[in-house]
Design a protein around this ligand. Structure first.
Ligand code: ROI
Length: 167
């Protein structure tokens, strides 16, 4: 049976909206995986060192027959093909970041992968777009994503094509 996985996309280098569009196209090509949908694109303030450009963020949903680590290496190969340079400043700028946020209701903790993604619940640029693709999502502990979004400050998140608005 395929597993529903959610992927966070982020970019703040080399034409971020284009990076996100190209990454969404690449996600549609992953083997043994069906692309389900994606959120709109959001502009967000950088978390981490502030002297870097704003980010563009989005979330995508896929149904995959790959296991989580294989899906992760597919994501890393997309990052690499889009010119990601590894080993830069911690929390520094990046051309493309693809985070495996959720993999069904699996809990994974290896040296390569932590799922659910540890920053998930703290980041408005993940929570809001995730809510768009999965409005009924409930976490394993029973918490509703809708409740978390309601209680979470938007952190100046904006819809990319509609500055000032976040919904
Ligand atoms: N900040 C924002 N707003 N969006 C991101 O995707 C993002 N990704 C990161 C760091 C540098 C931590 N900050 C971010 O990896």
């Amino acid at each position: 049976m395929p597993v529903r996985a959610y992927i966070g996309l982020g970019s703040n280098q080399q034409n971020p909206p284009l990076q996100i569009h190209n990454a969404l196209a690449a996600l549609k090509q992953i083997r043994r995986t069906v692309f389900v949908g994606h959120s709109r694109l959001y502009r967000s303030r950088p978390m981490g060192p502030v002297d870097q450009p704003d980010f563009v963020n989005a979330v995508a949903a896929v149904d995959t027959c790959l296991d989580a680590h294989t899906l992760l290496s597919e994501l890393q190969s997309i990052e690499d093909r889009q010119g990601r340079v590894r080993g830069g400043v911690r929390w520094g700028p990046r051309t493309l970041d693809l985070d495996l946020l959720l993999f069904g209701d699996e809990q994974i903790a290896t040296d390569k992968l932590t799922v659910p993604h540890p920053g998930l619940l703290q980041r408005s640029f993940v929570l809001y777009p995730l809510y768009e693709v999965a409005p009924d999502l409930r976490f394993k502990e029973g918490k509703l994503l809708a409740e978390l979004v309601k209680d979470h400050p938007d952190g100046e998140l904006e819809l990319l094509d509609n500055p000032g608005k976040r919904r």
